[in-house]
Design a protein around this ligand. Structure first.
Ligand code: PMP
Length: 427
């Protein structure tokens, strides 16, 4: 078994054998398959086993693996040079493309990851307002910068370290945590910290405690509270940007944030992030203003080429989103029927082509309700699906994605396998 062999070697030279914790498949107690290649909706591991992939590199691959146009522009750009640390036309094209899609973004800065985007966005919010406190929501994940690793979701939640070691108490003190979808609580937070809140950062559709949609009035309340208290509203659209629609969650729910963070899809599978917003705020960023932020590889030509091509394909084919929604809807309704027939209580949340199957019979609308899920059951489900060739996220608190490359046959095959697995789920 090549994956096993590689994992044994990896464990000796990398923490947990991985470069990002969720890849270790620790909660399921499995050796993670080492992936050799991907094409469309499928991936193959080093032992030749094939999977239908619903992780899609945790969201970026909305066009599936190795999309021919994306691969071709990466090759073409690589031949022209992989990095210059200087200005390129591609950066301008990319910024214009983002601005055209998301009117709340008048000026944008490219970075290399979602973590960098959110970290820079909160520094900017503090620099702009002259205030210290950042408000986030329990179970939302905004990357691993110190200020945001407080009651975080995703791997931090899965591995029981939502408040990371190594974050100083002074840093943690400036991050206030509220509950997702809880309007009364966020009102209280503003009352308790008058004039001190620089920004509220939120995943407008949460994806890191599993998929949790916002109550529309929740986002509206965040908008009006921040506005009336002179604080900024940051939409972390690292997952939702170009995923729940071409105009992101802000288009879907018709809310204009002050700053938006992006990542994943805008890199077309290469490392990328971005933050942008109102011109008046963004002009505070260096070299126009005093908020310093820089990057050797920022606006990297390979990433810009892959991202720009991905966004161009999405913008030229507006029916992509309705087709994605249809496939996701079929997958969710099929899974719900299967679990109902098997007598297994589940709640399925879906917004567009992001979704989560929670093993609970309560509604899931925040961190506490997500945590009512039977994670042991999810682990068994995940493990059996994986063995049968269906690659789902290895934790209950993550999101499944479908791409334009998923076929109806992929979905039906997944449902057939899920039906077999459900029959044998001990509950
Ligand atoms: N924000 C959100 C909403 C995310 O889901 C993630 C990563 N999954 C991040 C920020 C951090 O992005 P990255 O892993 O690229 O640093």
């Amino acid at each position: 078994m090549k994956s096993q062999e590689l994992y044994t070697r990896a464990l000796k030279v990398m923490p947990g054998g991985v470069n990002s914790p969720v890849r270790a498949f620790k909660s399921a107690g499995l050796t993670p398959p080492f992936i050799k290649k991907g094409s469309k909706s499928h991936i193959w591991d080093e032992d030749g086993k094939e999977y239908i992939d619903y992780v899609l590199s945790w969201g970026p691959l909305i066009l599936g693996h190795a999309h021919p146009e994306v691969v071709s522009v990466i090759k073409k750009q690589a031949e022209l040079g992989t990095s210059f640390g200087a200005c390129t036309e591609l950066e301008v094209l990319m910024a214009e493309k983002i601005r055209e899609a998301l009117p709340s973004i008048e000026v944008v800065r490219m970075v290399n990851s979602g973590t960098e985007a959110t970290m820079s966005a909160i520094r900017l919010a503090r620099g702009y307002t002259g205030r210290n406190i950042i408000v986030k929501f329990a179970g939302c994940y905004h990357g691993h910068s110190d200020s945001l690793l407080i009651k975080a979701g995703s791997g931090a939640l899965t591995f029981g370290s939502p408040d990371s070691a190594g974050v100083t108490q002074d840093t943690a003190r400036d991050t206030v945590v509220s509950n997702y979808n809880d309007i009364d609580m966020i009102r209280d937070v503003f009352e308790k910290h008058p004039g001190d809140i620089a920004a509220v950062i939120v995943e407008p559709v949460a994806g890191n405690m599993g998929t949790v949609p916002p109550k529309p009035e929740f986002l509206q309340e965040l908008r009006s509270l921040t506005k009336s208290h002179g604080a900024l509203l940051i939409f972390d659209e690292v997952i939702t940007g170009f995923r729940v629609g071409y105009e992101g969650a802000q288009g879907l729910y018709n809310i204009v944030p002050d700053i938006t963070t992006l990542g994943k899809i805008i890199g077309g599978g290469l490392p990328v992030g971005a933050y942008g917003g109102k011109e008046e705020i963004m002009r505070r960023v260096s070299p126009d203003g005093p908020v310093y932020q820089a990057g050797t590889l920022s606006g990297n030509p390979l990433a810009m080429a892959a991202g720009y091509t991905t966004l161009s394909i999405l913008s030229k084919n507006p029916d992509i989103y309705s087709k994605l929604n249809k496939k996701a809807e079929r997958l969710c309704s099929g899974l719900k029927d299967i679990m109902d027939k098997a007598g297994i209580p589940v709640t399925i949340n879906r917004v567009g082509s992001m979704m989560t199957l929670f093993f609970t019979n309560s509604k899931v609308y925040d961190y506490a309700s997500a945590a009512t899920s039977d994670t042991a059951c999810y682990n068994i489900f995940f493990k059996k699906m994986l063995q049968a060739g269906i690659y789902l996220p290895p934790s209950q608190f993550e999101t499944f994605f479908v791409s334009t490359a998923h076929t109806d046959e992929d979905i039906e095959k997944t449902l057939n396998i899920a039906e077999d697995v459900a029959k044998n789920l001990s509950f």
